[in-house]
Design a binder for this molecule. Structure first.
Ligand code: TMP
Length: 398
């Protein structure tokens, strides 16, 4: 049974940064009601409304993985590990974005899949064999014809974006070699629930996975988890290592059962846990609004730091507008001089002059707090402060 536990209100499409703010409409599919549900059979948490993929992933997708040093370092470490442990003759990445990970691999041994043509162009230009297509069964057949099978398939922050998970795994199984490995990494549901980071939910994040749900879903396809790594990216993620059940060459690590036990202990198998999370989310919203209103009454200048998709959920759920946040700053060229989705809050290019009058930065990219605090040492030294809503709304300086 699928039951709703959270209503995050009417939301715009998260990565639709407009050149000019305009009134959006539900009828035209520019706005939708963001509800989050729990499936008591599979234990999968998902949003209820699925936006057509072509509306989300097209030739103007603004997000680039290479924009963050944290992501680049994480990808470099993982690439070294994959090369050492699995020695793939052919490595395929689903959702290769701008090539932040694939650049660590030899061009000859790789295949990229990236439906956003603006991004696919970047890896193509560098010589990587790139399919500018959505990951589906037809594409897996096309890849099978050309390459026969693939030894390692990797997808970071991508499979949660694809509504039809059955087709995702069926397509993986179609081309994964008998001793092949599938590696996926995505934000961890346990971390999301612990941190009340309700902003992990938006139209592109159709699912937030737990190890428990992943185990249940892949079981149908003759796949099993054989290892799990906890990683700090995207506010706390899990990296799942998956193999075919019949592959006896790879042992199953204790880390798999440890993670699943932890999730069950926290109640990720029970609807009541998510109801509580829903209550905490409302609490978080109220506290953030009163904190921001208090600071505005003191005439403080508050600017958003990191025009993230997550920030779009927060702004639109909490009703935070241009009267509270003067503007956002971001380093991503495709977001600069545009407006936060659903809001009249402009996004400006990151530069040090911006600091002159800023009293508080609202951390849109709270998942990069460490990297940002390192960069903003001077701002903090001069008395500048940050506001975060994770794990609860508060002012922070370290
Ligand atoms: P994400 O949380 O969805 O990965 O997006 C991070 C956004 O934050 C991305 O648009 C880049 C931006 N950003 C900055 O503007 N400055 C920074 O120092 C960092 C780390 C990220």
């Amino acid at each position: 049974m699928i039951r709703k536990f959270l209503d995050l209100g009417i939301q715009p499409l998260a990565n639709q940064y407009l050149n000019k703010p305009k009134n959006l409409s539900v009828k035209k599919g520019q706005l939708y009601n963001l509800n989050v549900c729990f499936n008591s059979k599979t234990k999968l948490v998902s949003i209820s409304k699925k936006i057509p993929v072509k509306k989300m992933f097209n030739n103007t997708y603004p997000y680039k993985s290479s924009m963050s040093k944290t992501m680049l370092a994480s990808f470099e470490n993982l690439s070294n590990e994959i090369k050492k442990k699995f020695k793939p003759k052919l490595f395929l990445e689903i959702g290769s974005n701008d090539g932040a990970l694939i650049k660590n691999f030899n061009i000859k041994n790789t295949v990229c899949v990236e439906p956003c043509t603006n991004l696919a162009k970047i890896t193509k230009k560098k010589g990587y064999f790139t399919y500018a297509k959505y990951w589906d069964y037809n594409l897996s057949n096309e890849i099978k014809k050309k390459f026969n099978s693939v030894d390692v398939i990797y997808a970071a922050n991508t499979l949660t974006h694809i509504a039809n998970l059955r087709e995702v795994f069926k397509s993986v199984c179609n081309i994964l070699s008998n001793n092949g490995v599938l590696i996926i990494e995505d934000p961890s549901l346990l971390e999301c629930i612990k941190k009340t980071s309700y902003d992990q939910f938006y139209n592109e994040h159709i699912y937030v996975f737990s190890a428990l749900a992943v185990k249940n879903i892949i079981n149908e396809f003759g796949l099993v988890l054989f290892d799990i790594q906890k990683i700090s990216t995207h506010g706390g993620s899990l990296r799942y290592f998956i193999k075919r059940k019949k592959n006896n060459q790879i042992k199953i690590s204790n880390k798999v059962s440890t993670q699943i036990d932890k999730e069950i202990k926290y109640g990720l198998d029970k609807f009541s846990t998510f109801v509580k999370f829903g209550e905490k989310t409302i609490n978080s919203k109220n506290r953030l609004i009163s904190l921001l209103n208090r600071l505005k009454k003191q005439n403080k200048i508050i600017v958003g730091y990191g025009a993230t998709a997550k920030a779009t959920t927060v702004l639109n759920y909490c009703g935070i507008d241009e009267k509270i946040i003067d503007f956002f700053i971001d380093t991503t060229p495709d977001k600069i001089n545009k407006y936060m989705p659903g809001k009249k809050i402009p996004i400006k290019k990151y530069n040090k002059k911006i600091y002159k009058n800023v009293d508080y930065f609202l951390l849109g990219a709270w998942n990069f707090k460490k990297e940002i605090f390192k960069k903003e040492k001077k701002f903090i030294k001069k008395g500048g402060k940050f506001i975060t809503h994770v794990p609860k709304p508060k002012i922070i300086i370290s």
